[in-house]
Design a protein around this ligand. Structure first.
Ligand SMILES: *Cc1c(COP(=O)(O)O)cnc(C)c1O
Length: 354
């Protein structure tokens, strides 16, 4: 690890930590005392700074606001049982961040700025990492274009930042999901594989319509036939059919390649399950349900890790599940928690010590 990254650090005179109620931590609402900020201009990254969390002053002509060159990541830091802080798989998020950057015509962020910058920021605010099961420090790296010109073109200047937010146990009750057939999240050739801000703005209408009808989220389907399932909100999706675990493959570039998805696949294979990345037709899912072969449906993502789905609605057909009797989703959740809390060996180097 490059520990020589030059960071200009200005610490706050007064920590906000005593004001935070750690028993009440809504997701993404409270931020730690410091943030990381670095600008890109004239073809290079400038001085990296860590400074007190504060507002930005930006031109109303800021390119990102008008044309949406804006990407982000979501990562978590934890403390193990001895109180040692670590980050879960940050290099995987780093790689994905630059995949998103490339697709959006934004500059790559160097590894030392992303990883070492994050490590130093967390080191400074480490007292903000809760030390309780299921609590964590959510890490939000992001980058946006900063040219002050109203003209449609890739910006010449950018800002990369990292914020930290302590978060409580993200208990997600088993969800009701609506299979989307009208709206589209991503099509071949689009930006579905990028964690780009516009993907989320464009998804809100479908989610709002589904919520009005009593559903928590939509399961996106392909843009052409609305038959092949993609993912749910900010989660990848898994189906247990017969003795196999299926998840949509990434070939069409329409699905976000989740780090939790990858972790779940690795854990399941190690536990002896057959996992297939394949195209999944919703009609086959319905047929499996009718034949009594569809055992479990669940989502994976950094925020909740695993979310069970208790109801799946496709057209006029409702599939219901008794999640209490499930085996596969709880196994993934348990093994990932055991690795994070040191009860199970971290054989893959997923835990990056701070
Ligand atoms: C972030 C995200 C996921 C989950 O990715 P993780 O790396 O597991 O957190 C899945 N789908 C979408 C659309 C996302 O934005």
């Amino acid at each position: 690890m490059i520990a020589t990254l030059d960071i200009q650090v200005t610490k706050t005179g007064k920590s906000k930590l005593p004001e935070i109620d750690f028993n009440n931590l809504p997701f993404g609402k409270y931020f730690t005392d410091h943030m990381l900020e670095v600008d890109y201009a004239d073809g290079e990254w400038k001085q990296v700074t860590i400074k007190p969390f504060q507002n930005l002053s930006l031109s109303p002509a800021l390119a990102a606001i008008h044309y949406g060159q804006s990407i982000f990541e979501g990562i978590k830091a934890y403390k193990d049982r001895e109180g040692n802080p670590f980050i879960f798989r940050p290099f995987d998020n780093y790689k994905r961040f630059n995949v998103s950057a490339e697709r959006m015509m934004m500059p790559a962020v160097p590894e030392d700025i992303f990883i070492e910058g994050m490590r130093r920021l967390i080191e400074i605010d480490k007292d903000w990492i809760p030390m309780k099961t299921d609590y964590s420090l959510y890490i939000r790296p992001f980058m946006f274009s900063t040219d002050e010109v109203i003209g449609v073109k890739a910006s010449d200047s950018y800002k990369f930042m990292i914020l930290l937010s302590p978060t409580g146990p993200y208990y997600s009750a088993p969800m009701k999901i609506y299979v989307e057939e009208k709206y589209t999240r991503a099509a071949r050739g689009g930006i579905g594989f990028a964690k780009a801000a516009g993907n989320y703005g464009s998804s809100m209408m479908a989610t709002a319509v589904a919520k009005k009808q009593g559903y928590d989220q939509v399961l996106w389907t392909d843009a052409f036939e609305h038959k092949y399932v993609q993912e749910i909100g900010t989660m990848n999706v898994f189906f247990v059919i017969g003795d196999k675990v299926l998840t949509p493959d990434l070939e069409a570039g329409t699905i976000l390649e989740g780090v939790t998805r990858d972790s779940a696949i690795a854990v399941l294979r190690e536990e002896g399950y057959t996992v297939e990345e394949t195209s999944i037709n919703i009609d086959d899912v319905v047929r499996a349900y009718e034949a009594g072969e569809l055992k479990e449906v669940f989502g994976t993502g950094t925020a909740a890790t695993i979310s069970m789905i208790r109801e799946l609605r496709y057209e006029d057909y409702t599939m219901k599940f008794d999640t209490d009797s499930w085996k596969v989703a709880p196994t993934v959740k348990r093994v990932l928690t055991d690795i994070r809390e040191g009860r199970k060996a971290d054989t893959r180097g997923w835990m990056f010590k701070i």
